[in-house]
Design a binder for this molecule. Structure first.
Ligand SMILES: [Zn+2]
Length: 260
């Protein structure tokens, strides 16, 4: 594989294991969800997020996605409940999307691919650092939210408007006073399972909370996301699209639902 991973044939998901062997591990993400096989677990609690909009710091284009970064040096923006045994700190959120509206999500639900998937990444401060949390099976909690095409979402536009400042790889800009819970759907029902990051090194440290209800964004809003570039300013322009990993083998893992 080329020295830098990506989503093209020469460095894409099928080749990540060459440099990151855990990418062929037993707890990889994303997965296909088959809802008829998923059992309701009455012991699963409701979850809640209390985010401090002032902990939102910057937005950046790393050539693989656009990421919004939060101050996680103390308990400011927190996720609690659900399948989690304690509070988790929000570190960043980012998205995965396709080249067109009919695909782009990483998880699929009964064969349905959504236009995009939002990942809110939190870590368990009982492990002291984010780096330590990456080595623990319950070190990270990711809330995954599907984006489907429909009516424009105003709160999503606040984020999209900031993309003009980070068109190319390596750009970073201040971005603050944003509360990502404004992007949540109304319904808090979720599926949960143990998995991994969907980008190298694909560490198997994630408690996934995948929200059942997608949020709706417009086709124009998706087009704005696709106006980013995976190339740097001084390079020939390459659109940043198709940054999703396909579903990985379930390998006997159990997915549980918080709802009937
Ligand atoms: Zn992700």
């Amino acid at each position: 594989m080329a020295k830098e991973w990506g989503y093209a044939s020469h460095n894409g998901p099928d080749r990540w294991h060459e440099l990151y062997p855990i990418a062929k591990g037993d707890n990889q993400s994303p997965i296909e969800l088959h809802t008829k096989d998923i059992r309701h677990d009455p012991s699963l609690l409701p979850w809640s997020a209390s985010y401090d909009p002032a902990s939102c710091k910057t937005i950046l284009n790393n050539g693989k996605t656009c990421r919004v970064v939060f101050d996680d040096t103390y308990d400011r923006s927190m996720l609690r409940g659900g399948p989690l045994t304690g509070p988790y700190r929000l570190r960043q959120f980012h998205l995965h999307w396709g080249a067109a509206d009919d695909h782009g999500s990483e998880h699929t639900v009964d064969g349905v691919k959504y236009a995009a998937e939002l990942h809110l990444v939190h870590w368990n401060p009982k492990y002291n650092t984010f780096g330590e949390a990456l080595k623990q099976p319950d070190g990270i909690a990711v809330v995954g939210i599907f984006l489907k095409i429909g009516r424009e979402k105003g709160e999503f536009q606040l984020f999209l408007d900031a993309l003009d400042k980070i068109k190319t790889k390596g750009k970073e800009a201040p971005f603050t006073h944003f509360d990502p819970s404004s992007l949540f759907p109304t319904c808090r029902d979720y599926w949960t399972y143990h998995g991994s990051f969907t980008t190298p090194p694909c560490e198997e440290c994630i408690v996934w909370l995948l929200l059942k209800e997608p949020i709706t964004v417009s086709s124009n809003q998706m087009a704005k996301l696709r106006s980013l570039f995976s190339s740097a300013e001084n390079e020939p322009p390459v659109p940043l699209v198709g940054n999703w990993r396909p579903p990985q083998p379930i390998k006997g893992r159990v997915v549980r639902a918080s709802f009937k």
